[in-house]
Design a protein around this ligand. Sequence first.
Ligand SMILES: NC(=O)c1ccc[n+]([C@@H]2O[C@H](COP(=O)([O-])OP(=O)(O)OC[C@H]3O[C@@H](n4cnc5c(N)ncnc54)[C@H](OP(=O)(O)O)[C@@H]3O)[C@@H](O)[C@H]2O)c1
Length: 368
Amino acid sequence: MTDSKQVKPGVAASLTTLNVVVAGTGKVGAEFLRLLASQQQRFAGQIRLNLCAILNSRQALLSDTIESQAWSSAFSDAKPYQQANLVAYLAALPSPKVLIDITPSQDFARLYPAFIAAGCHLISANKQGVTLPGAEYQQILQALVRSGLRWLSNTTVGAGIPVQRVMQELLQSGDQIREVSGVFSGTLSWLLCQYDGTTAFSELVLQAQQLGYTEPDPRDDLSGKDVQRKLLVLARELGAELELADIELEPLLPAGLADGDLAGFWQQRQQLDLMLAEAYAKATAENKVLRYAASLCLVDGQVQAGVRLVAVDNKAPLAALAPCDNIFVITSDWYQQNPLVLKGPGAGLLVTAGGLHADLAELVKSVR
Ligand SMILES: NC(=O)c1ccc[n+]([C@@H]2O[C@H](COP(=O)([O-])OP(=O)(O)OC[C@H]3O[C@@H](n4cnc5c(N)ncnc54)[C@H](OP(=O)(O)O)[C@@H]3O)[C@@H](O)[C@H]2O)c1
């Protein structure tokens, strides 16, 4: 009788296979898949990373083994995507298995309980899962604990900057985090680093739009809602039971410009220009710079969280920022007078796909 663990001479010892399912074939998903072949090689000898499903909102390729270098041509054989087929396929896959969510979809994130029930670890670039209403989020956490599965979501804030990982390491080591503040939007970082009062702010918004830095409607960036969502992710990472609405939000938009059609917004852009010109003049007179900042304070079990335009001292950590960069300033028992600062690109295909691979490498440590 042959022992399945017995190895013939010259053949590598039997390796664990980690089945990898990739949801989302857009900009970041394609970059993740492009990097996968070299990661498979890098891990060869430690674990077999087996790409066995790729899907987007329209199509799904559910196949035992997909050559990662040739994923794009293999995907031309994909069938129409059906949620029930995906869940049944995941349930039948041998463990360990991981579903990597590189979609922006809340509907897809709401399927996490089904993916966990099918035995999948989760890796998310999609912020929607980690910011679901508290009750749903807690149910996901409880299901993960019951199943002994992991959920890594480092790229949901700051792209590849390992902010959640560093926070977890401090907490697991016995430190207490008191405050997290920073600039979490690459677009708003670019706009406020460029703005020096000589060009109308709305002209810079137009430039940012032409450079592809903004959402199609730039008010989606100026609303601050994405920054609010990212602050919720970090608050929950610290164990704070917050909802999105608990985070105060002051948009980088005058009241009245947030609603209505885009053409109307551009017609009234002078109001935005005036708002920024006034704030800039006041800040400059006080030797300060403008930043669109998020801040979270934890004092005696109370949480204060807000997102707003602020004027910061030009020697403060938030002032020393390259356009587009994100910055995270962590104050803790161990980092009191001189906070821990993480800074770097907060968006970008390579750094985000790289951050997803860092999450995958972290998962590999616990399953191989
Ligand atoms: N871009 C960055 O720098 C960056 C940084 C950090 C995090 N992220 C996050 O990464 C995720 C992906 O970003 P991206 O720029 O790659 O977006 P994208 O180019 O718009 O691609 C999104 C992909 O998700 C698929 N999708 C959408 N809804 C789906 C659903 N309900 N079920 C299955 N698939 C669905 C889309 O399918 P179709 O192809 O059929 O449309 C598409 O393939 C987002 O959550 C984003 O916030 C991005």
